[in-house]
Design a protein around this ligand. Structure first.
Ligand SMILES: Cc1ncc(COP(=O)(O)O)c(C=O)c1O
Length: 476
């Protein structure tokens, strides 16, 4: 068994195809898809030096919650790819929405007040279904762009409210907010900063609320939350509240290992933010549109965002589209800025792309018409119960989750071995035709929202078989 040591963070940044299954021979296949992929494609979040020795996993098509590769292997996708393909891979209504929009108006921009019908309807729909205080939507293409847009608006807000020095952003360790320069810095994952040398003075990282791993002996969830809120307040005072613009948070930390906020955490954090006029940016890129059993994670966890960012599930990933929803208070500041300085100097070529807008609108319509959120609530009970039952394996612990997202840790003597085991389990699972994701020592699951009860059984059978194989190889 190949058991190359990996660092605790390696695994969640690399797609590491099984070394056993696909031994790559460049000479034989220089002109195959695999060969060309290796020759010309610089892959995102991939362990480049290991990938040199492996074959590409070339996905050809999708059916429901399954992905099929060029060798005909049919994988159950327990990660909705990157938490995003919420309606699975063969939703004909989304294909038709795209086709119609492409035929009618494949592109138009949104600068200088230009608009188009689907986008106007989408903005209206988003405001209707989002927390009540959010009234306007700015559009972009990716989660990273949405988060960076939110930061710029937060800065503008404070500047035009007479506090130009309020610029620092509080973010959480292991939070993930994207991969563009500032979004990378917001992201609290040391590996990304070490790799890319991204350091900015504007970011302050605070602890994530990982109750199961960080609570002191005998500390209750409520006490733990109170302690984190006190630490947050101390940090605000240390830096000076007049230097801090915003706090950015995911409702449930996704990429960071499905960290579900402990009881009263957000209630107490929001009290601190309000006391010091610090804006709350809620990153709903993963949690938005049903993942936690409500339309937004903000509803599930009682968050009252000043700015809320969306991407991924807004279009079930059929088109890259994202957005920032803001309150009237933020909009008023932008309006004031514009009255003084002219044009709102921010936007992208693809802000509000018509095809993305049409697909997103259809996605939201499908969510409603098919009662997908009700469906999530119902199957989540089965899903969460089955994930929790994995704790019967000695190597599985700290099982947690909400809605259709869950995580569990692999328990080994040290974190390094646990992380290596998690990567190994991800590889074994792939051989057993189920996609899961390793994040350090944690395995995360976030299947498409359309998953059925019998598909959950199927997923868990494949995963259980994989855990048994892991145990046999690691502990046998
Ligand atoms: C919570 C969260 N925010 C932002 C992003 C970045 O989104 P994108 O990759 O579209 O820039 C991600 C991506 O995984 C995410 O999980």
């Amino acid at each position: 068994m190949h058991r190359q040591p990996v660092s605790a963070t390696d695994s969640h940044f690399s797609h590491k195809p099984s070394q056993k299954k696909r031994v790559y021979a460049m000479d034989d296949s220089a002109y195959t898809l695999d060969g060309l992929d290796h020759k010309h494609h610089l892959h995102a979040f991939t362990h480049l030096s290991e990938f040199e020795k492996q074959r590409s996993l070339v996905i050809e098509r999708g059916e429901g919650i399954f992905l099929i590769d060029t060798d005909g292997r049919r994988y159950l996708d327990a990660m909705s790819s990157l938490w995003c393909a919420t309606l699975g891979y063969s939703e004909s209504r989304l294909v038709e929405a795209a086709r119609k929009q492409l035929a009618a108006l494949p592109y138009s921009h949104t600068f200088r007040g230009r608009s188009h019908a689907k986008l106007i309807q989408l903005a209206h729909k988003l405001v209707t279904i989002s927390p009540a205080q959010l009234t306007r939507v700015f559009f972009a293409s990716s989660g990273s762009e949405a988060n960076e847009s939110a930061i710029k608006m937060a800065w503008t807000y404070h500047k035009f409210n007479g506090n130009p020095k309020k610029r620092k952003i509080i973010s959480r360790l292991n939070g993930y907010h994207g991969s563009t320069i500032f979004a990378t810095r917001l992201t609290g994952m040391p590996q990304m900063h070490e790799f890319m040398n991204t350091e900015f003075p504007e970011i302050i990282h605070v602890e994530a609320p990982g109750f199961s791993s960080m609570a002191a002996n005998g500390e209750s969830e409520v006490e733990f939350s109170a302690r984190l809120a006190r630490e947050l307040e101390a940090l605000v005072l240390l830096h000076g509240a007049d230097s801090i613009a915003a706090f950015i948070t995911e409702p449930v930390m996704g990429v960071g290992g499905v960290i579900v906020p402990p009881e009263t955490y957000f209630e107490k954090v929001q009290e601190v933010l309000q006391r010091y006029d610090i804006l709350l940016i809620v990153d709903e890129v993963v949690c938005g549109f049903g993942r936690t059993g409500n339309m937004f994670g903000s509803t599930t966890f009682g968050l009252k965002p000043d700015l809320l960012t969306v991407a991924k599930g807004i279009s079930s990933a059929y088109f890259p589209i994202s957005g920032v929803l803001v309150t009237e208070r933020i909009y008023e500041a932008l309006l004031q800025a514009s009255a003084q300085k002219g044009v709102f100097s921010h936007g992208f070529t693809y802000s509000g792309h018509p095809v993305g807008a049409a697909i997103a609108l259809e996605t939201l319509t499908i969510l409603e018409e098919r009662n997908i959120i009700e469906h999530v609530r119902r199957v989540a009970q089965i899903f969460q119960a089955q994930v929790r039952a994995l704790a019967e394996f000695d190597v599985v612990g700290n099982v947690r989750g909400v809605g259709l997202m869950a995580g569990f840790d692999l328990l080994f003597d040290d974190d390094h071995t646990a992380a290596a085991a998690a990567t190994e389990l991800m590889d074994i699972a792939e051989r057993n035709l189920v996609f899961v994701r390793a994040v350090g020592k944690t395995i995360v699951l976030a299947p498409p929202l359309i998953i059925t009860e019998s598909e959950i059984d199927d997923l868990m059978n494949r995963l259980r078989r994989s855990i048994k194989e892991l145990v046999a190889s690691f502990c046998g």
